[in-house]
Design a protein around this ligand. Structure first.
Ligand code: ADP
Length: 666
């Protein structure tokens, strides 16, 4: 500066030097007045248009419009500080296009230190500027791209990273840093071990990086390792080579994806598929079974259809049977009834009503029906009915009824059956009723006839036995043995005949309900004693043992009890071999006296035991032994009239015991 100031002292020298300098300089040379309002001259060098005359129009001519303000500011600053002005700005080139210049102007000061003139040089920096601008633009684009990638990469949950060939991380995305729990600065530039990889894991990747370096090929793998917070996870990773322009591997980039859940899903899917397969198999098996059972069902169905057809035909048969039965009942003129076991509701048909002298529309109750039965039979029948309904007793009864409206006597026979449910409970009591008046009248007539005959026979027989007894006494005085024996036999036979006729008479009386029990108190010991004497006289073929009997009084029909005993002893003799033993006992128990007759005879089968007390019942195969089948019947009726019981125990071939008891105090 000092040099300039000094040299400027001579204008010629200055002029000369300026010219020399401007020629030597490749750039534009210019000069201005102190406040830059007038440009003295400008050597444009083809870059700017030359100014040879001082001009105030220089800005418009040379400076790019938008940079004028910037230029003004720089000038103002330089004037103010009287210092060198340095400025890059746009210009209007000589060809009127826009260019760039670097302008440097120096103030020339006078002696007072005031600015006398500005002298400057401007170089064409258009090329550099354009290069700079395009570089900046490229950088900006690059930055923009980098930001875009960064945004994408940091937004992904996948882990992304780049290794250099020394296994150091040169890049780690946000997700990876987050997984490590490290910042960029802490992690980038560090190796695998430093970033917390387990040695085996670090070594694995290092080997892979080496491999990629030599092969230039990607590697893909799966690895499981512990995550900072989520625990053990499974990762799928891919490592890719990064090539330089020459195709040399310069780095290895990687992407790792957490596939734990996918893996879990895959596992689950696999399991589901397996389960599905198993279910399918089971299904197929079940299907097979089903089709097998289907066949069975079909077979069963066929059987069922057959059974059904059978049932239908059976039902038809039953219906036909029912109809036939109903017709038979109607033809037989039976009345039918049904009694409800609980309500005792009495359901009858009109024939039954007719038999009780009721009209078809009359209401006939059980009570009303019983009321029509004659007095002697009513209680007996009511009792039997009750027994039949509640105790499952047999019901086969014969009784006389006086008709309600017609007042007619009818003998009816009712046979009933209790209908039992499978559980044993009665569901009803039903049966038929028939008019047996004709038979009954016939029977009564026969019975009366038998009674009459017996009665008529008894009178001469009584006198016959009286005469015989007289003869017997006389014969004892007469030493004629023959007549003595004959008379004694006659007495025995007459006695038997009398017993027989008495039996018929009793039977006939029983049948016509005319038998009468005349009770008197008597000592059973005495009765037995009498029976013993009589037995010994009558039967000489058998051995007899009469157990000793204590004196005991009972109230009963002495004659008839004697008859019962005689009947049992007579049977014992009849149904056992001569010479066998017959025993008779009579024991007093707390409330009753029990009589028994033992024999060693043929015995009675169990089936027959319950029937031998029925009238006219005789055990088969004993036809050789004479009898009428009324003795036990009459005996049992007599004992029942005394409110006692009679029964037999026996073993075929060994013998029998017949017993009856009489209540004491009757
Ligand atoms: P019957 O006149 O036939 O003897 P009963 O009424 O006295 O009539 O007896 C009925 C039937 O009982 C007899 O026919 C006989 O078969 C049988 N019976 C009675 N007592 C005996 C007995 N002590 N031993 C074997 N059978 C007997």
């Amino acid at each position: 500066m000092d040099k300039f100031t000094h040299n400027m002292n001579s204008p010629d020298a200055f002029e000369h030097r300026f010219k020399a300098l401007s020629t030597a300089i490749s750039g534009v040379v210019y000069s201005f007045n102190p406040d830059w309002s007038i440009m003295y001259e400008l050597d444009g060098r083809g870059f700017l248009s030359d100014v040879t005359e001082p001009t105030a129009d220089w800005k418009k001519r040379n400076v790019y419009r938008e940079d004028i303000e910037k230029v003004d500011n720089a000038i103002a600053e330089a004037i103010k500080n009287k210092c060198v002005l340095e400025l890059e700005h746009r210009v209007l080139k000589a060809d009127r296009t826009v260019g760039w210049t670097f302008s440097r102007a120096v103030p020339i000061l006078n002696d007072k230190g005031e600015i006398k003139e500005w002298f400057g040089v401007a170089s064409d920096i258009t090329e550099r500027k354009l290069a700079e601008q395009s570089l900046k633009k490229s950088r900006e684009i690059l930055e923009q791209q980098k930001r875009t990638y960064e945004t994408i990469i940091s937004g992904t949950p996948d882990l992304m990273y780049v290794f250099d060939l020394n296994y150091r991380f040169t890049y780690a995305n946000q997700a990876l840093l987050q997984m490590w729990g490290k910042t960029w600065d802490e992690a980038v530039g560090k190796g695998l071990l430093e970033n917390g990889y387990e040695p085996w894991h670090a070594e694995m990747h290092q080997q892979e990086i080496d491999t990629i370096k030599t092969t230039g090929k990607s590697i893909r793998g799966e690895v499981a390792f512990p995550h900072a917070t989520l625990g053990r996870r499974l990762y799928d990773y891919i490592l890719n080579p990064v090539f330089d322009e020459g195709g040399k591997v310069i780095a290895v980039s990687g992407t790792t994806r957490d596939v734990t859940e996918r893996d879990q899903w895959e596992q689950k899917l696999k399991q589901s598929a397996e389960r599905l397969q198993a279910i399918n198999e089971e299904f197929a098996a079940v299907n097979e079974e089903l089709s097998a059972s289907n066949e069975e069902i079909l077979a069963v169905n066929e059987d069922l259809a057959k059974a059904n057809a059978n049932l239908i035909s059976a039902q038809q048969t039953i219906e036909e049977g029912k109809l036939a039965l109903r017709q038979a009942i109607e033809a037989a003129n039976f009345g039918t009834w049904y009694i409800h076991p609980k309500t005792l509701q009495f359901v009858t048909d009109s024939r039954l009503k007719e038999l009780f002298g009721y009209l078809p529309d009359d209401n006939l109750t059980l009570e009303k029906a019983l009321a029509q039965i004659t007095d002697e039979y009513r209680d007996l029948i009511a009792g039997k009915l009750e027994h039949a309904i509640y105790s499952l007793g047999d019901f086969d009864v014969t009784y006389p009824v006086i008709g309600l409206h017609d007042n007619k006597l009818r003998w009816l026979r009712a046979i009933g059956n209790r209908i039992a449910e499978p559980n044993g409970e009665a569901s009803g009591f039903t049966g038929v009723i028939m008019d047996i008046t004709d038979q009954k009248m016939e029977e009564i007539r026969k019975n009366d006839f038998m009674g009459m005959v017996s009665h008529e026979l008894k009178t001469p027989l009584t006198s016959l036995s009286a005469y015989l007894q007289l003869l017997e006494i006389r014969a004892k005085e007469n030493p004629d043995d023959v007549s003595q024996r004959a008379i004694s036999k006659s007495v025995q036979q007459t006695k038997r005949m009398t017993d027989m006729i008495n039996g018929f008479l009793d039977f006939s009386r029983l049948e016509s309900a005319k038998i009468i029990i005349e009770t008197t108190p008597f000592d059973v010991a005495e009765l037995i004693e009498e029976v013993k004497e009589e037995t010994k006289m009558l039967y000489t073929t058998h051995k007899f043992i009469f157990a000793s009997v204590k004196s005991q009084f009972v109230s009963a029909d002495r004659l008839k009890i004697g008859q019962v005993l005689a009947n049992l002893i007579g049977n014992a003799v009849k149904y056992s071999k001569p010479g066998s033993l017959i025993q008779v006992s009579c024991v007093a128990l707390p409330n009753e006296v029990k009589f028994s007759v033992w024999d060693e005879g043929i015995g009675i089968k169990a089936d027959d035991l319950s029937k031998i007390f029925e009238r006219f019942y005789r055990v088969e195969n004993n036809n050789l032994i004479s009898g009428f089948g009324i003795g036990l019947y009459v005996s049992s009726e007599i004992i029942k009239m005394h409110k006692g019981a009679i029964w037999a125990e026996s073993e075929v071939g060994k013998g029998s015991v017949f017993s009856f008891n009489l209540p004491i105090g009757n």
